[in-house]
Design a protein around this ligand. Structure first.
Ligand SMILES: Nc1ncnc2c1ncn2[C@@H]1O[C@H](COP(=O)(O)OP(=O)(O)OP(=O)(O)O)[C@@H](O)[C@H]1O
Ligand SMILES: O=C(O)[C@H](O)[C@@H](O)[C@H](O)[C@H](O)CO
Length: 162
């Protein structure tokens, strides 16, 4: 989880390869109307996001039922959004990609060929409710290389433990 440009797709992809899990991008669960809206520079509302989050929750349930493992990139900015994804599912862990607005803005400006315009970053930060301790989040700071961030997540995931 994290705001647009915090590195969700990049880190999820590399993490999934590193630990041999499937990678899914939450962006692919958006209805076309949501993508057009973001492309046009309009922030999504809660009503836009509920069906999208429910579709991702259904994907999590399919994955668990099939005894598979996946890393899913999803902004999940508010606690109420994460509750849809996590509630009652013991095996779901949240990884929060934490960074300053300045750093993320500079990465968004440099990024090419993406539907999300950098102008939406302010609304992403306004909406963001960082995870609290009771969510047991894995928090990683993003001012480091992708490989170092991935290794940090792997060690905090404690995968060897039963
Ligand atoms: N640790 C890093 N160091 C340097 N550049 C990075 C790092 N992580 C991501 N980037 C770059 O920052 C940009 C934003 O990353 P990415 O697209 O993965 O973010 P995102 O959170 O998935 O964004 P969105 O939610 O808008 O899809 C990309 O161009 C990516 O290559
Ligand atoms: O909740 C949201 O505002 C949206 O989901 C965005 O965060 C996009 O999904 C994405 O991160 C941009 O590519």
């Amino acid at each position: 989880m994290g705001v647009s440009g915090s590195g969700k797709s990049t880190i999820a992809d590399h993490l999934a390869i590193r630990i041999g899990w499937r990678y899914e991008d939450g962006d692919s669960f958006h209805p076309a109307s949501n993508v057009s809206k973001m492309h046009a520079g309009q922030p999504l509302t809660d009503e836009d996001r509920w069906p999208w989050l429910r579709a991702i929750a259904a994907e999590i349930d399919r994955t668990c039922k099939a005894s598979e493992r996946a890393v899913i990139a999803c902004s999940a900015l508010k606690r109420s959004y994460r509750d849809i994804l996590v509630h009652g599912r013991r095996d779901v862990r949240i990884v929060f990609l934490d960074g300053t607005r300045e750093l993320i803005a500079s990465r968004l400006i440099a990024r090419k060929n993406h539907f999300m315009p950098p102008e939406l970053l302010a609304s992403q930060f306004r909406t963001l409710e960082p995870p609290t301790a009771d969510e047991r989040p894995i928090v990683v700071t993003i001012d480091r290389t992708v490989d170092i961030i991935v290794e940090d997540i792997v060690s905090q995931l404690n995968l060897e433990r039963p």
